[in-house]
Ligand binder design. Sequence first.
Ligand code: PLP
Length: 362
Amino acid sequence: MTADTNAMVARWVRPEIAALRAYQVGDASGCIKLDAMENPYGWPAELQAAWLASLEGVTVNRYPDPSGQALRAALRTGLALPPDQELLLGNGSDELIQMIAMTLAAPGRVLLSVEPSFVMYRMIATFCGLEYVGVPLRAADFALDMPALRAAIAEHEPAVIFLAYPNNPTGNAFAADELRELLALAPGLVVIDEAYGPFAAHSMLGELGRHPNLVVMRTLSKMGLAGLRLGYLAGAPAWLGEFDKVRLPYNINVLSQHSVRFALAHPEVFSAQTETLKAERAREQAELAALPGVEVFPSEANFLLVRTPPGRAGELFEGLRERRILIKRLDGAHPLLHDCLRITVGTPAENDQLLAALRDLL
Ligand SMILES: *Cc1c(COP(=O)(O)O)cnc(C)c1O
């Protein structure tokens, strides 16, 4: 029986899917969790109580608002979008990446990104049957390699380019004038993924409407609502209307629609948390840089990329895990990330524990 099952799986599962490894999420129980760019803060007790009370008004026997109209309106007010630009909601921005890829995929078409960057661009290209092209960033500072990008765009004529701004896992924000040049060169869509927008100095949202091929994607995950799964895409209705056709009905559930609207009515709570995390990022950056042989890269996100002394990333990662501190090991994930670890900025107490553990281990 098992042999029959395995034979049928081998016969029918697409080879490119069989060759993949499912997205790995490690067991973090009992750990200080500095691996996934989550906001470490919960809500103040009164806000938590008000939220729970407000849930009484939510009906779960009915389907949610299919397009999340009230939620989109609430998101708009914080964004100052030009009136001719629309919003499309996704179950996390991961779902939006998938909707864009499904809409644009056809044999021989290319999804282009840079490397190292967010691994889901490549994975979703594969799921959807798009060819993936990854152009390496500059080794020294992870900036865009413009000559290589110009050549790759001319050669592959990508249907879509994804650029994380700031980039994950490197933390830097690319130069805005270079993004504008790529927008002008690209024959297809350019998605600027601002997952870390709340922690960054600049945004491309203000450029919407100035380029026919620009859309900007954001998520509430990194600023504090990862569990609710809400991402949004801002752009021209002509693009968004097409992506909306491949969206599964009711993709944002009632609890998420309600709870995000509730949260958006208290922006001061989240902006205060963001400011604390940015201050901690600066402190942690300086303290990590003072560790012997450790290089810390500049970050406009809620994490720091560090390069350990040669050959020590694995040992430091394991040493931290034994001390119940979980970070992300990047050494081995991409040649440009040799000896690298990625550390999410936590609470001051969590960051102190991480720094003490690293001092000890080094
Ligand atoms: C975390 C992350 C996402 C995905 O966020 P969700 O909205 O939680 O799906 C997208 N892009 C980048 C660059 C990220 O780091």
